[in-house]
Design a protein around this ligand. Sequence first.
Ligand SMILES: *Cc1c(COP(=O)(O)O)cnc(C)c1O
Length: 426
Amino acid sequence: MSALSSFEAEARALDAADPLASFRERFYCQPGVIYLDGNSLGLLSHDAEAAVLATVAKWKTQVIDGYGGPPDDSWFYTGETLGAAFAPLVGAGPGEVVVTGTTVVNLHALLATFFRPDGRRRKLLATALDFPSDIHALQSQLRWNGLDPDADLVRVPSRDGRTIDAADVAAAMTDEVAVAVLPGVLYRSGQLLDIERVTRAGHERGVVVGWDCSHSVGAVPHRFSDWGVDFAVWCSYKYVNAGPGAVAALYVARRHHPRGPALAGWWGHDKATQFDMAHTFTPAAGAGAWQISSNAQLAAAPLRASLAMFHEAGLDRLREKSLRQTDFLMRLLDRLPEYQIGTPREAERRGGHVAVEHPAEAARIAKVLKATFRVVPDFRPPNVIRLAPVPLYTTFHEVWTAATYLERIVAERLYERVEPGRELVA
Ligand SMILES: *Cc1c(COP(=O)(O)O)cnc(C)c1O
């Protein structure tokens, strides 16, 4: 007898009352598969597929003329057009967002601009729970500047191994810190940081505050301009569903535009004169100046379609459904004492996924979920199974079903049937 049986009717009722339910039909949901890994790589939508095919057709027939035509349909303006489409999702003003490159490369480009070690103020600030790539980037920036990647990178410690306390971040912002780069949502626990409060604390202490919002954009609404964020980067293949390696985005606050990019390339040039081909670099007026190379059009096309879908659904409505789904999931997990929840319970402190912890067997449980029950989670060592119900395509009934499998796997010790350890790509 399942401890969760009585919740099935609730799942059905929530699905029946869901105003966003029809979006699911626009995604390639594989029959029999419950996909809960949209926090790593979102599903393909029919809209995105059509956009890729349209770009291929345009390449086939128009070739170089793909760079001509009206700005909103021209490869010449892809970064600016898609940046404007992204802006409402992050609360940016005109010209503050551009779509270009990839997340970590964009982070390097922005650090090159904003990290100017000056006397005592020469440290970078991050957290002990950061996504590793961001740490690699920060340490290499320190090395590149002739500084010490260990001593000059301050990592705010975690008190519980899951979350970062905003007060601890503020306390670490000493007069030795030049730039802080912080995660909007922590990739493992799913904690959402108070971006406004932490940014303000940084500014009070003379610290430039940048954010990596790869795990929050598309899941949580942001208001970068109102919050005073200095710069931000994020990817578009997680909650934004633009496909593997899709073109990423960056934000530079208007007040910083006059600085111009430290690392320049022709795609950051003022559009009006870019094709004069002069050797003098005249930066574009906005965040567009931080573009270096021409955009990967085949990797930008699905993003265009995806962003249109976000505007149709409304990010606030998506967030509301996401909170309801993760809340439902956590209430189910509360009935399964073998598991702990590593994600903060308060709505304003969590992003789009739930970190399900099992002390010893999380890796094998994740394997069984996928291999036996065709539920796609991901595993983050040492003990976390991440489950992301994505409000555009996940149903409440799928959430309920996945939880019943988690229950069975421990009740019947099904994980004992698989090899220990994680896959190469977890
Ligand atoms: C997903 C993610 C990235 C990915 O960077 P790429 O340049 O797209 O490989 C970087 N940082 C964080 C915090 C992420 O979650």
